[in-house]
Design a protein around this ligand. Structure first.
Ligand code: 13P
Length: 250
């Protein structure tokens, strides 16, 4: 049985005061025994501050790590996975569609970042997902299969890796795929993981759904076969929305 993971990706949001307040509200919820795992991924500017707060069982993740295999050196603006780990993080998102699109990150780059995260002791949250044109062209399954094969290191395990399926056209748009479409893609992702990592590892690996998850659709999306949690953007920025989603799993 895979334990669900409710994860918030704050993206480039929150200044210090608001970020600390939001983190505190989430952490308060994580002081009791919950039947699921919780993760928040604040911007790098707040990661250390937030990781230093008492955070109960809540995981803390970065939204990226440096591509270079080096742990330090002349890489202006980059933050290595080791540095992220040193700040107290447990997870790192890699390959988010905003990085694949805006920063032209390829599957090779994403796989290297995932490897760096794992080598530093972090759990990599590897994002995949098709664009609207790819979905309309009937290519959704082939795109996510290619991304799995290209972005997921063969050393991935259920401990050091989580997959997040985020259809690009569903991110921040209020649009979500049908339950049948989510089920189809998540089953295809699982099958691709079996090919890459073997049945045993693939069966234990969590596959999150992300893209316009909100309190009103969370119960339905999270009850789909092979949906092992949610990666939440906009709705993770308000405690009532974030916890409204999480509470559907209580
Ligand atoms: P939204 O929940 O705002 O659609 O964003 C999803 C996302 O990109 C999480 O990584």
């Amino acid at each position: 049985m895979r334990r669900k993971l409710i994860a918030g990706n704050w993206k480039m949001n929150k200044l210090k005061a608001d970020g600390i307040e939001l983190a505190r509200s989430v952490f308060e919820k994580c002081t009791v025994n919950l039947p699921f795992d919780v993760l928040i991924c604040p911007p790098m500017s707040l990661l250390g501050l937030i990781a230093d707060m008492p955070h109960g069982s809540c995981g803390i993740g970065s939204q990226d790590v440096a591509e270079t295999i080096k742990e330090s050196g002349a890489f202006t603006g980059d933050v290595s996975a080791k540095m992220v780990c040193d700040l107290g993080a447990t997870h790192a998102i890699v390959g988010h569609s905003e990085r694949r699109t805006l920063h032209h990150e390829t599957d090779d780059v994403v796989r290297q970042k995932a490897e760096n995260a794992m080598a530093a002791g972090l759990t990599a949250v590897i994002c995949i997902g098709e664009t609207e044109a790819e979905r309309e062209g009937g290519e959704a399954l082939s795109v996510v299969s290619r991304q799995i094969q290209g972005s997921v290191p063969t050393t991935a395990t259920s401990e050091n890796c989580v997959i997040a399926y985020e259809p690009v056209w569903a991110i921040g748009t209020g649009k979500t795929p049908t339950v049948a479409d989510v089920a189809e893609v998540h089953a295809a992702v699982r099958a691709e993981l079996v090919k890459l990592l073997g049945q045993e590892v693939a069966n234990k690996m969590r596959i999150l759904y992300g893209g316009s998850v909100k309190p009103s659709n969370a119960r339905e999306l999270l009850s789909v076969d092979n949906v092992d949690g949610a990666l939440i953007g906009g709705a993770s920025l308000k405690i009532d929305d974030f916890w409204g989603i999480a509470s559907t799993q209580l």
